[in-house]
Write a protein that binds this ligand. Structure first.
Ligand code: UD1
Length: 420
């Protein structure tokens, strides 16, 4: 197993190019199931989650040509509609094939994802919505067995909670349904917006893009003529590198980003005293004279993303005073707290509220990655800690960060990938 060794306290400089968004690429790969022609996706991040979903499509009988940052997927050869446990258990987002498979083939069996490190993460809302669209759904031997022999039909879906992959699943199901589907309380994340725009470019009429009420006019089973699509920049990777600049109090530039997608993150960096220069698709972060404490509450987009919570907790350790971070989306997303304490962090945890008492001088330590974003928080802590940090179990990081150690090394950090 690989681990990362970081020699901390090296100032960073220069620039880093941000990869395509994993969380946009995943639904777009699932979307290829709705395409009548081979679907070409560019600016694909070379990360494990993408390879996992492509492997799932391969298992279904689809074929693809994958070449580093682009893939062309041909789903005309699909001959199975069963998404097996072996793959789904390694990546929850596999559940994104549920809507498109059911819409196209009228039947599918998708393994239930089960719980994960950050919480229970049920998919009840996906299933309830598909039932509203006429699907018969049962759970058998750990699988969601879904049938809609006469095709899905449009309906009004009211999500009790905002769900990102839930909204994406229903968007894809609705695209091939008979009639109109209205999604009320839809997610507004940029990744959802990109999927809507791609549907539109593929000939599906979609109204209310970017709002919490989306209307989709289904094609009644007709497959889509899809264009070439470039994946949007990864706002979470971008935010993580901004935190790398901030935590080392360095000036660095992140390139090829969509600054608007980062509004909530940029605001918090400014409140903490960091300077920001935004020009086109580049953001430069400038050192703070004094790092101020911060109050963060995670929420749906355009609020502060839960996927940036752990990284800001590392940053808050250096703030001159007490910071508060409230996690509102996932019930168990504080696994990094125990690991940050190994660096000497002073964090008190009560329910979903973390109180971070700074400033702390961090000391390098051996720490264990527990989930994707928690892992990047540990790398950030390692960058500013005195001495050597070893981050173990970095397969979590490899799920979502493309060439992390190469990018950090190019910025001047001392980071090596080693074998246990
Ligand atoms: C997506 C992102 C993930 C991010 C999360 C929240 C992808 C591939 N992953 O995950 O990185 O952290 O959004 O921004 O895009 N819920 C239910 N029932 C459901 C569905 C969700 O109760 O059927 C709950 C969840 O447990 C959670 C909340 O709704 O508390 C939001 O989850 P959701 O938006 O669905 O997260 P994901 O789409 O899995």
């Amino acid at each position: 197993m690989d681990y990362l060794q970081i020699k901390g306290m090296k100032p960073l400089q220069g620039s880093v190019t941000i990869s395509g968004a994993k969380n946009s690429a995943l639904p777009l790969i699932a979307f290829s199931i709705l395409s009548k022609n081979p679907f070409l996706l560019t600016n694909l991040p070379e990360v494990q989650d993408i390879k996992t979903l492509l492997k799932l499509l391969d298992n279904l009988g689809a074929s693809y040509e994958y070449n580093k940052n682009q893939v062309e997927i041909d789903t005309s050869t699909i001959n199975s509609t069963i998404a097996k446990y072996d793959i789904v258990r390694t990546m929850r987002a596999s559940v994104l094939v549920l809507g498109p498979l059911l819409a196209r083939f009228g039947h599918c069996e998708v393994s239930l994802p089960g719980g994960c490190a950050i919480g229970q993460r049920p998919i009840d809302l996906h299933l309830k919505a598909l039932k509203t669209m006429g699907a018969e759904i049962s759970i058998r031997s750990g699988y969601v067995v879904a049938n809609a022999p006469k095709g899905l039909k449009g309906g009004v879906i009211v999500f009790d909670k905002v769900t990102v992959t839930g909204t994406e699943n229903i968007l894809m199901a609705a695209a091939l349904a008979k009639g109109t589907t209205t999604i009320v309380n839809a997610a507004k994340e940029p990744e959802v917006v990109q999927l809507c725009e791609v549907l539109k470019k593929s000939g599906v009429e979609v109204e209310g893009i970017g709002s919490d009420e989306i209307k989709i006019y289904g094609t009644a089973g007709e497959l889509l003529k899809t264009p070439k699509v470039e994946v949007i920049p990864d706002r979470i990777e971008a935010g993580t590198y901004l935190c790398a600049g901030a935590i080392t109090n360095s000036k660095i530039t992140i390139r090829k980003v969509e600054p608007q997608h980062l509004d909530a993150v940029l605001l918090k960096l400014q409140q903490m005293g960091f300077g920001l220069e935004i020009e086109g698709d580049e953001i430069t972060i400038l050192p703070a004279k004094k790092i101020e404490p911060v109050e963060i509450v995670t929420s749906e987009y355009p609020g502060f993303p839960t996927d940036m919570q752990a990284q800001f907790m590392s940053l808050a350790l250096l703030a001159d005073g007490t910071s508060f971070i409230e996690e509102r989306l996932f019930e168990n997303r504080f696994m990094h707290v125990a690991e940050l304490k190994r660096f000497g962090a002073n964090i008190q945890l009560k329910g979903n509220l973390a109180t971070i008492i700074g400033p702390t001088k961090l000391c390098g330590a051996d720490v264990m990655a527990t989930d994707l974003r928690a892992s990047s928080a540990l790398v950030l802590a390692g960058l500013c800690a005195k001495g050597v940090t070893n981050v173990h179990r970095i397969y979590h990081l490899d799920r979502g960060y493309e060439k992390l150690e190469e990018k950090l090394t190019a910025l001047g950090a001392e980071v090596k990938r080693l074998k246990e």
